[in-house]
Write a protein that binds this ligand. Structure first.
Ligand code: HEC
Ligand code: HEC
Length: 395
């Protein structure tokens, strides 16, 4: 296979040199063939964690190592913002499982986003993107919002200067031609989004101690408190697994083994109807998109992977520890997770849209509460947050 590819490359170059002006069409065909081959996803090695299904990827943007690596640079490059002060990584920090520790982030103009920054671990499996937009199906679509969105302004790109900036960098010229073939004409807005998407699809987290215990049957990976917490999580008492179940600890999931992507938006009682009544539409969840009051407070249940790193919790960051810039992450996670559990245990706040089949009061001893917190903290994947392949290449 590799041999054939090399031959093709050689053949192609030769054709190109000899017949440059005569046979343009044929060259284009050959180039297309070559590009197709270089980006074929069959040659991409996902390195899937044990128990993870094969992801589904849009056919127009197959995975390749070259795109993932280019996407990594773009994800961390501040030249992809209107005033070169922010990149995707400004709100998605690897050490916090690609969240930012804030209630609400600000974009390049200081405008505050109405919602909390989301973690990007295993984002390839999310059937819908963002907290509550049921129309956002692909990462290719989603990345337009932080790049060009004006409501709110995040990275604030408004003209094509950024393309000129990237084109003047020889490293990018090289990267783009490796990823998409051709020359610097391939440094386009679409290819930037395609590479960013490929990079994000490579962000796989599946080596927490919970994974070691359940998928690799390493019975000593969890201690007895964490095992009791796991059982409680999966019990009909706490009911957590109904919405945060499966290998990615969420019920909104898509991969090659499901015929249809699963999408669920629920109101988990994190805010009351009275609290929502004074909020603007862009803080009301699915209702912002559908216009229906029956969708007020409905959100996608996020994956709970690396949850001990991603506080403050919920779409509005309202479950948090009292310290504003915590130095002890572990203590802060314990406090904030405790508040989340207490809210579920009291059956959530009062709201007519609340999912009353699973959000119901339950009684929990203080030991069980600690067990559940300990289990959630064992979902941290230290390999993931330290993986050099996901890290800032400009450092
Ligand atoms: C100013 C902060 C900020 C910047 C910069 C930013 N994001 Fe985000 N990101 C957020 C917030 C806030 C959300 C939740 C959005 C919502 O619910 O509408 C989010 C959500 C996402 C999601 C959805 C995740 C999921 O699980 O559904 C993806 C994917 C994402 N961002 C990728 C990116 C990429 C790629 C970039 C750079 C092009 C970027 N973000 C730049 C703050 C930011
Ligand atoms: C009926 C579905 C449902 C059930 C049951 C449920 N959750 Fe949730 N969970 C959600 C939704 C929806 C959100 C996001 C709500 C929001 O942002 O306002 C959420 C958010 C969370 C968050 C915050 C995640 C983040 O990234 O900010 C944690 C932690 C959490 N749930 C833990 C639990 C635990 C522990 C249980 C069991 C005691 C549980 N959930 C039961 C639907 C559910």
């Amino acid at each position: 296979m590799k041999f054939i590819l090399v031959l093709l490359i050689l053949f192609n170059c030769e054709v190109f040199e000899k017949k440059q002006n005569k046979d343009t069409n044929r060259n284009l065909v050959l180039f297309a063939l070559l590009n197709n081959r270089s980006s074929s996803s069959s040659s991409y090695n996902w390195n899937l964690p044990q128990g993870f299904p094969t992801p589904r990827v849009p056919s127009e943007n197959p995975m390749s190592e070259a795109k993932v690596e280019l996407g990594r640079f773009l994800f961390y490059d501040k030249r992809l913002s209107g005033n070169e002060t922010q990149s995707c990584a400004s709100c998605h920090l690897q050490r916090l499982a690609f969240t930012d520790g804030k209630d609400f982030p600000s974009g390049i103009t200081g405008e505050v986003h109405p919602r909390n920054s989301q973690n990007l671990a295993n984002v390839v499996y999310n059937s819908r993107l963002t907290w509550a937009n049921n129309g956002l199906l692909t990462l290719e679509q989603q990345s337009r919002i932080p790049l060009f969105g004006e409501n709110p302004i995040e990275l604030g790109l408004s003209n094509n200067n950024y393309l000129a900036k990237l084109s003047s960098d020889s490293r990018y010229r090289d990267f783009f031609s490796k990823a998409f073939g051709g020359g610097s004409e391939n440094i386009t807005e679409q290819n930037i989004r395609f590479a960013l998407s490929s990079f994000q699809r490579s962000l796989l987290s599946g080596n927490s101690r919970v994974d070691q215990y359940t998928n690799r049957t390493n019975r000593s990976a969890l201690n007895s408190s964490e095992i009791r917490g796991l059982d409680l999580f999966n019990s009909e008492v706490a009911e957590c697994f109904h919405c945060h179940g499966g290998f990615n600890f969420t019920d909104s999931i898509n991969h090659q083994n499901v015929t249809q992507a699963e999408v669920v938006y629920t109101n988990n009682g994190s805010l009351s109807a009275v609290e929502y009544s004074v909020l603007p539409l862009n803080k009301k969840g699915l209702m912002e998109v559908t216009g229906k009051s029956t969708d007020e407070g409905k959100f996608k249940a996020p994956s709970l992977r690396n949850i001990a790193l991603t506080f403050p919790y919920m779409h509005n960051g309202s479950f948090k520890c009292n310290v504003s810039s915590p130095t002890n992450i572990d203590a802060c996670a314990t406090e904030a997770l405790g508040k989340v559990i207490d809210n579920y245990a009291m059956g959530g706040k009062t709201h007519p849209n609340k999912d009353t089949s699973f959000i119901r009061p339950f009684s929990i001893t203080s030991q069980e509460r600690t067990d559940l917190i300990n289990f959630l903290k064992a979902l941290t994947d230290t390999e993931f947050i330290n993986n050099p392949k996901h890290s800032d290449p400009f450092r």
